[in-house]
Design a protein around this ligand. Structure first.
Ligand code: TYD
Length: 204
């Protein structure tokens, strides 16, 4: 009888997984499905997201509603939010041998704050000075038109046009990471089940 290949993630070692992509790619649903799957394998899983629900994350969410922060303040708040997230949740969970699954991380700062005028590589350098690099990065990828229609935006008004241009640039920055040894680009146009299957396949 064939013996299944041992899989590194079935052992009790810590594993750090990040899902990224532009808005409308289904990251949060896919993170939850992946977490359920790891739990069904008997693994202890922690899921989280950025911006977090901590004080800096709250300020960022409020600012999105109340008028956007300056590019400098926005980047600064994301760095502070992440620094707290790393210290309080990410590092201790990995040290305890858990699977940590994040919906967004510093690659979102490269993409979104990069789109606001900062050099994505400089943002990466500043983050990697304190934030651990994930074992696996899944870039959920769809074209901007599909993403906009999923979030209920037809791209007609001037504001929506601006949003389209920014999302296009964000998508390009995410895709620029595709050569990293820990990165997988996942075509996310399919059904939830198809996308989840592609993620699990890449973990194989
Ligand atoms: P999002 O995951 O879309 O949260 P919600 O489901 O509450 O809308 O994240 C909110 C926004 O924050 C999203 O448009 C991307 C942005 N963002 C950055 O600009 N920089 C970052 O570093 C992160 C983590 C997110």
């Amino acid at each position: 009888m064939a013996v299944a290949k041992p899989r590194r993630f079935l052992l009790s070692s810590a594993m750090f997984i990040v899902l990224e992509g532009i808005d409308g790619t289904g990251k949060s649903t896919q993170s939850q499905l992946l977490a359920e799957w790891f739990r069904s394998q008997g693994r202890d899983v922690v899921t989280s997201r950025e911006p977090t629900d901590g004080p800096w994350g709250k300020k960022l969410r409020q600012s999105a509603a109340a008028g956007r922060l300056s590019p400098e303040d926005e980047l600064d708040y994301f760095l502070k939010d992440r620094s707290q997230h790393v210290a309080e949740l990410i590092t201790p969970s990995l040290a305890a041998g858990k699977v940590v699954i994040l919906d967004r991380y510093y690659f979102s700062s490269m993409a979104y704050q990069g789109t606001r005028g900062f050099d994505p590589l400089e943002i990466r350098r500043r983050n990697e000075a304190f934030a651990p690099i994930p074992d696996q990065l899944f870039i959920l990828d769809i074209d901007v038109d599909t993403a906009l229609s999923r979030i209920g935006n037809r791209g007609d008004s001037a504001n929506e046009f601006e949003q389209r241009e920014s999302l296009q640039r964000c998508r390009e920055i995410f895709l620029s990471l595709s050569d990293e040894p820990f990165a997988h680009v996942i075509d996310s146009r399919g059904s939830l089940e198809e996308v989840q299957a592609a993620i699990r396949e890449s973990l194989g």
